[in-house]
Design a protein. Structure first.
Length: 122
């Protein structure tokens, strides 16, 4: 359930009861990173819960784009939040593996709705 949605540049934020979903669209490079970083810093400061970074429609264009993801992971950790990369492209996954960052920034793919199991009730 989404409580609130707001957009800031190439970043769209969905507030959820268990954290925030941050959807990044477009290219992450030296030109877009400042806006992305500022928007996500504000989300990290909003409170507890998971911070799910959706990268399905994003493309890491240069080292600055990769660096901001590492920076956001460190910032979230200091704020006692967990940063998850969701729906990362194959290219992004290969970049993380090539830089040996997959250990701390392991991409996660969302479970298809058909595989979701409903809770049992008595």
């Amino acid at each position: 359930m989404t409580l609130n949605t707001h957009r800031r540049g190439p970043v769209r934020v969905l507030d959820a009861p268990d954290g925030h979903d941050v959807i990044i669209e477009g290219r992450l490079d030296v030109h877009t990173v400042p806006d992305i970083r500022d928007a996500i810093h504000a989300v990290i400061n909003q409170g507890p819960g998971e911070l799910r970074l959706h990268l399905g429609d994003a493309e890491i264009g240069d080292a600055t784009g990769l660096g901001v993801i590492v920076h956001l992971h460190r910032r979230a950790t200091r704020a006692e939040r967990r940063l998850l990369l969701v729906d990362a492209s194959d290219r992004t996954t290969r970049l993380l593996r090539g830089c040996r960052l997959e250990r701390i920034l392991a991409p996660r793919h969302p479970a298809p709705a058909s595989l979701t199991v409903a809770p049992l009730t008595a």
